[in-house]
Design a protein around this ligand. Structure first.
Ligand SMILES: [Zn+2]
Length: 304
């Protein structure tokens, strides 16, 4: 079960009758597979003549159970390409294609190779926020240098009437999560009274600066009073330099004209959907740059 915790109403001003989203974490398909298996077992005792049939039924049940378990793996797995420490240390050429990224989830965030734009994936479509702020849809063969993705399987949701800033959102989510020791994906929709997003500027090899220099000097885009979706992830502190510790959100507007790495915002009527994940997969780049990278620089966003 994933039950989001009730809020400290006095502190964040949420109505006391706010309905909490609750969902059984075990997919119905897996339960079904176990039930299918049971008649097969009974059958082998009561009707020995049809043992062959029972074996078939068992094999089918096992296959059902396996495929249910694979489906559960898919919905329970946080996928990451490259590692944050490599990205920070100038591994700016990636070999993950957009087509491969789409096989790893229907929501995601990241950056394109040579830092040619920020990536946000919503409903299975990756978008590119170019250096100028223009939003485009990449080709399947375009390459990604760093990515996080998941098949979003909503476990719980709740509403937030209004937030004044990013830290307020982080604090409310931290208070509502049952544990900060798991991985989570988020899909947060609402009206954004103001939104400030960061982009990236294309880099040419040999790369001079790491992310510790590039991120504070990134292009910044701003827009007011419009609707959109924050797509993001939470990683526990034990992730170290493998990924971003705490929260990391990218954003895309409903009209698909504005987006980027979420830096600061004020918003209202937010619907926060949460997917808890307990499996984690990461794939390392296959490149000379990655083979030789030394993890001497460290960089994490200041607010976690
Ligand atoms: Zn980002």
């Amino acid at each position: 079960m994933l039950t989001v915790k009730p809020l400290d109403h006095d502190r964040v001003g949420i109505p006391a009758n706010d309905q909490l989203g609750v969902m059984n974490m075990k997919p119905a398909t897996e339960v079904l597979a176990r039930l299918v298996c049971l008649p097969g077992l009974l059958c082998s005792v009561l009707l020995p003549a049809s043992f062959g049939y029972c074996q078939d039924a068992l094999a089918t049940a096992n296959r059902n159970e396996l495929s249910a378990s694979l489906r559960q793996d898919r919905s329970e797995t946080y996928f990451q390409y490259s590692i944050w420490g490599a990205f920070v240390n100038k591994v700016f050429e990636g070999d993950l294609s957009v087509a491969e990224m789409k096989k790893r989830g229907d929501v995601g965030l990241g950056s394109y190779t040579l830092l040619e734009g920020e990536l946000v994936m919503l409903d299975g479509i990756p978008y590119r926020i170019e250096e100028t702020g223009v939003v485009s849809v990449p080709k399947d063969e375009d390459k990604i240098v760093y990515a996080n993705a998941a098949f979003f399987d909503e476990d719980a949701s709740f509403e937030i009437p209004e937030i004044n800033n990013y830290e307020m959102l982080r604090q409310i989510i931290r208070d509502r999560l049952p544990s900060l020791n798991y991985f989570y994906a988020f899909k947060i929709t609402g009206t954004f009274e103001s939104m400030k997003c960061g982009g990236l500027s294309r880099q040419e090899p040999p790369f001079k600066d790491g992310l510790d220099i590039l991120i504070p000097n990134r292009p910044v885009f701003e827009r007011q009073n419009f609707k959109g979706t924050l797509i993001g992830f939470y990683c526990p502190g034990f992730i170290g330099d493998i990924n971003v510790e705490g929260f990391h959100f990218h954003f895309i507007s409903d009209d698909k004209q504005f987006g980027g790495h979420a830096m600061e915002f004020k918003a209202k009527d937010l619907h926060v959907a949460i997917d808890k994940m307990k499996q984690y997969t990461f794939v390392l780049p296959e490149s000379e740059k990655f083979e030789a990278v030394e993890f001497d620089k460290q960089f994490q966003y200041q607010q976690k």
